[in-house]
Structure formats: C-alpha cells, structure tokens
Write a protein that binds this ligand. Structure first.
Ligand code: BJW
Length: 245
C-alpha cells in the first residue's frame, strides 16, 4: 500500500472533515435485477454499441434506439427492481458522515435516488428523464418514447430522446466531478469494469491530484485494478455495507 495517500484503509480511518467521492457502475445494481454491460450475460452481449448507444445510431435508426431504451425503462420500472443493501449503505454513509460525500454514478437507473442518496451526480444521464431534441429541455419521463413523441416543453415535433450519454458525447457535470476528485481523501470505485472513460480515469485524478486513498470494490479485478491502493472482490451487497459500516 502506498504511504502517500491521505487516508487509511477504511472509512473509520478518515478525519471527520475529510471528503469522500464514490463512483458506481452497473455492478452495484446487478443484485437488484438489472443487467451489467460487459459481463458474459451483459447488455453488450446481446446488442452492439454501434447500433444503440451512439448519436450516429440514433440519427440512422431512431426506432431501433427507442425500442432498446423503452425496453430498459420498463425493466427498471418492474416492481421487483428495488435498491439493495449496497445502495442503502451508500445513502447511510451520506447521512452519517460529517464531511462531504459525493456519489457519482454511471448508472442511468434510479436506485441510488430511491435508496435516499441526494449528493448524487448521474454522469451518464437518467433513464427516467427525456430530453427534447429541439430545445434541449429535460423532464421526468416514464412512458415509451417513439419518433412521433412531441416535446412537451416547446411543443416542437422535433422529437424526444432518452436523457442518456452515448459514446462520443460529453458526460454530465464534469466540472463538479473533477473539483471533488481533486479534493477528496478517499475515492471508492464500486461495480464498474473500468473500461469507459472519463470515469475509468477518476482513480488517477483522485490519487495523484487529490492525494486520496483509493479503493476498488468489485466482483472481480477491473481493467484498472492496479491503479488503486487496495481492492476487495465480491458481491456489492456484501462488500459495500462492510466497507462503510
Ligand atoms: C459486480 C457485480 C456485483 C457484476 N457486485 N460488482 C480510446 C481511448 C480512451 C477513451 C476513448 C477511446 N475512444 C473513445 C473514447 C471515449 C469513450 C470511451 O471510453 N470508450 C471506451 C470504450 C474506450 N467515452 C466516451 O465517449 C464518453 N464521452 C467522452 O469521453 O467525452 C469526451 C470527454 C473528454 C474529456 C473529458 C470528458 C469527456 C461517453 C461514455 C458514455 C458511456 N455510455 C454508456 C451508455 C449510457 C446509457 C445506457 O445505460 O444505455 O454508459 S456505455 C455503458 O458503459 C454505460 C455505463 O455507464 C458504462 C460503464 O459500464 P460499467 O458500469 O462499468 O458496467 P460494466 O458492465 O462494464 O461493468 C460492471 C462491473 O460490475 C464488472 O466489472 C463486473 O465484474 C461487476 N459486477 N456483478 C459487484 N454483484
């Protein structure tokens, strides 16, 4: 373990004023019943990124892209999909930790919100919101979207799109995230394979700019595991409550 990080090995070793940044990915929602992307049974084993998750795919075949996201939206609205013990532990950490806690999720589900986290950035957008392709207005959305769906905020017929960040698009609230990474004493990455940038580079920012202690909690070693001071491997519902308690 490096001697240069500010913090020790667990939340208990921090000073009460220390700032914590948590990054989560699809793995934290797996035990709630939502699919990951790059596992053997993941979403990208069934559909190609180039067909559904780029602005070019949406321009070429919006019907196909809407079908993909409509199916995922209704999957998320299944009453069996509920926050799990890992989401709950992170909400408890925010409530009980005296210093600043920022939760940055790559997930477009609402499970952190429903668990009670409020200091939360959805850097890849939110499935239960839609964006107007004309005026850019964003609003709550739970229904299917089709190419005929009109924009409620400007009345334009230019069409709606899911409020998500596709490859080649800029993730949301990057200035706030980078500022928090530069000041945190502890950075914890949970349930992400470390394949998608800029999120995959946050550990280096926190470690080398922020001087943070960095921890990976994931089912298996991620692509960036050697960038972390320490790593614990297993299911999020076991690792996360144990880490933050
Ligand atoms: C468990 C578990 C359990 C399972 N418990 N764990 C070449 C080099 C470098 C970068 C690029 C490059 N070419 C292009 C780029 C940039 C590109 C990129 O990164 N491409 C890579 C593929 C190389 N990135 C972008 O385009 C991004 N924008 C961008 O870079 O803008 C420019 C910029 C410049 C400078 C600063 C800032 C920005 C945008 C990326 C958008 C990603 N969008 C998606 C879709 C969102 C909407 C949707 O959901 O449909 O986001 S793709 C998909 O991947 C989704 C996820 O958020 C994201 C990350 O996936 P995640 O969460 O890591 O899931 P998995 O499945 O990969 O991993 C799950 C893990 O959980 C696994 O490790 C399991 O083991 C584990 N697990 N069960 C604990 N029970």
């Amino acid at each position: 373990m490096s001697q240069t990080s500010k913090a020790g090995a667990t939340v208990k070793d921090l000073k009460p004023t220390d700032a914590i940044v948590i990054l989560t990915g699809a793995g934290i929602s797996k035990e709630s019943g939502l699919d990951t992307f790059r596992d053997a049974d993941g979403i990208w084993s069934r559909v190609r990124i180039e067909d559904v998750a780029t602005p070019e795919a949406f321009a070429r075949d919006p019907v196909r892209v809407h079908e993909f996201y409509n199916a995922r939206r209704s999957g998320m609205l299944n009453p069996n999909v509920q926050p799990n013990a890992a989401h709950a532990a992170l909400a408890r950490l925010e409530r009980e930790w005296p210093g600043p806690v920022l939760l940055v999720t790559q997930n477009i589900d609402d499970l952190h919100d429903r668990a009670g986290s409020t200091a939360l950035i959805h850097m890849h957008g939110e499935m239960l919101k839609a964006r107007c392709a004309g005026c850019g207005g964003v609003g709550a959305w739970r229904e299917d979207i089709t190419v005929a769906t009109a924009c409620p905020s400007c009345g334009g017929a230019g069409g709606m799109r899911p409020h998500v960040v596709w490859f080649g698009e800029m993730p949301l609230e990057m200035d706030r995230i980078m500022a928090a990474l530069a000041e945190c004493a502890l950075f914890v990455s949970i349930g992400t394979s470390g394949n998608v940038y800029p999120a995959a580079g946050f550990v280096q920012e926190a470690r080398y700019v922020g001087g943070a202690h960095t921890v990976e909690l994931n089912l298996e070693p991620s692509a960036g595991v050697t960038d972390f001071h320490e790593a614990r491997h297993g299911p999020a519902t076991e690792l996360v409550p144990a880490f933050v308690e």
